[in-house]
Design a protein around this ligand. Structure first.
Ligand code: PLP
Length: 441
């Protein structure tokens, strides 16, 4: 209660320890050490902390600040809408111009017939919505037994009870013991099948096997990130997504693409699934839709799903106060215009080549760097004890954390993915506006 805008860093740190419960953080470490950084400003791909130290943000914070910091056009769009109509509801038939314009814009750029949009406030809400809509869809089709959702181990889909259950990373999945028991996990595709990683060949038939053992009449949907992000930037082998989509079609199961990271240009295409020419039945987005400048998510529905949903003559018992928030939508609209007007996809593809060159250099000069991968600006590599024999570091060696901490100390923010034993992955996902000099730096 004594803090003012002139408080010292030490006072802020003490108040942080005392009053601020941080998400996805080890509380004990925070209590002992205080926050790692208190960020206070940003410009382009760089952020500064309150002590004045500058960092290149190599992961766009949480893979979301895709257009970088300090984009005046986004701030102006927010200011204009905040002063005109900061908020209005879209419940009970109310609407607002910005939500309509953004929904139409998204329908225009989405693949296939994903022409309708349900707005949320973020990725978890988007996936939660898709799960509910999938189950409701089958209810309306007279197939109420279709309730199960299949997700992949190592996938990340959010932190609500259902999306945390779908998340295949143990720490999130098991937290608090709350589980949606209708969600089941299949084995994930390989880390880098094209480069000869043969660690778990069963992945190919895992979803098929679950469908056969559970029965297709029990399964509502399969949810997959086109490229797994938080689990360690795992790119599916060629043909994988197409095969899963086909399997879903053959078994009357909806295919949900979790595009929360991949969506809106991250992979060099507007949506991740476009890299494999797959059109899902529902597509869940958030993060890059506003470049992190406001809390917004959007679930895109195919014509068939939409038509079935709107055939219902009761109330759709689902929605959030901030569904279709006009200020968030104004920022979303400006974000999409910015992506188009500034050829951001082209930049992502150009910078991918610069990043690949950097990877070549690392592989040549660093014996522990292995399995480099980059689709657009969604990238990562493994750290291995011996990459020639595919031998991981011993469990006690947290190689990815060492590297990420070292980079942080030296002004570069990266992200470790080491949720599984003996897995040491470093993820890289810089803002999509990054230039050649910045990638090289
Ligand atoms: N899905 C994916 C692929 C994500 O990466 C995330 C967040 O990192 C989510 C869903 C959850 O989004 P949110 O944290 O906005 O709820």
């Amino acid at each position: 209660t004594n803090l003012t805008k002139d408080s010292t860093v030490e006072q802020l740190i003490e108040a942080d320890k005392k009053h601020f419960i941080h998400p996805t953080t080890v509380p004990k470490t925070l209590l002992e050490d205080g926050p790692k950084a208190i960020f206070s400003e940003g410009n382009g791909v760089r952020v500064k902390d309150i002590c004045g130290k500058s960092y290149i943000d190599g992961v766009s914070m949480l893979w979301n600040v895709n257009l970088g910091f300090g984009q005046k056009e986004l701030a102006d769009a927010a200011h204009e809408q905040l002063t005109k109509l900061a908020y209005s509801s879209s419940f009970y038939g109310y609407s607002n111009e910005l939500a309509v314009r953004l929904a139409e814009k998204i329908a225009g750029i989405a693949p296939g017939d994903l022409n309708s949009v349900f707005f949320t406030s973020g990725g978890s809400e988007s996936n939660e919505t898709a799960f509910k809509f999938a189950r409701f869809y089958w209810d309306l089709k007279g197939q109420s037994s279709k309730k199960n959702i299949i997700s992949l181990k190592r996938g990340y889909h959010g932190a609500t009870i259902a999306t945390g259950s779908a998340t295949g990373i143990e720490g999130f999945h098991n937290f608090s013991g709350s589980k949606d028991s209708d969600i089941i996990h299949a084995k994930p595709h390989l880390v880098n099948a094209e480069k000869g990683d043969k660690s778990d060949p069963e992945y190919k038939d895992s979803i098929r096997h679950l469908i056969e053992t559970k029965g297709a009449d029990q399964i509502a949907a399969v949810i997959i990130e086109p490229i797994q992000g938080a689990g360690g930037v795992h790119v599916p082998p060629e043909g994988y997504l197409q095969a899963v989509k086909k399997l879903c079609e053959e078994n009357n199961i909806l295919f949900i693409a979790d595009e929360v990271i991949c969506g809106f240009g991250r992979t060099g295409r507007m949506f991740g699934v476009e890299n494999w020419d797959v059109v899902p039945d529902m597509m869940c987005t958030a993060k890059g839709i506003t470049s992190g400048y406001a809390q917004l998510g959007a679930v895109l529905l195919s014509q068939e799903v939409r038509d079935t949903l709107v055939s219902y003559d009761g109330i759709i018992g689902h929605g959030f106060t901030y569904s279709g928030h006009p200020t968030a939508c104004a920022i979303g609209l400006k974000t999409l215009e910015f992506i188009e007007e500034n050829n951001i996809l082209q930049n992502v593809n150009n910078m991918n080549k610069v990043l690949q060159k950097g990877f070549d250099y690392l592989v040549e000069n660093h014996p522990h760097v292995a399995k480099t991968r980059a689709v657009g600006l969604l990238a990562g590599f493994d750290l291995m004890q011996d990459r020639d024999t595919n031998t991981p570091f011993k469990q006690s060696i947290r190689a990815a954390r060492h590297i990420v901490d070292h980079c942080f100390d030296n002004g570069l923010i990266l992200r470790p993915a080491d949720f599984e034993e003996q897995v040491n992955i470093v993820a890289i996902a810089p803002p999509l506006i990054i230039n050649k000099e910045e990638v090289e730096e």
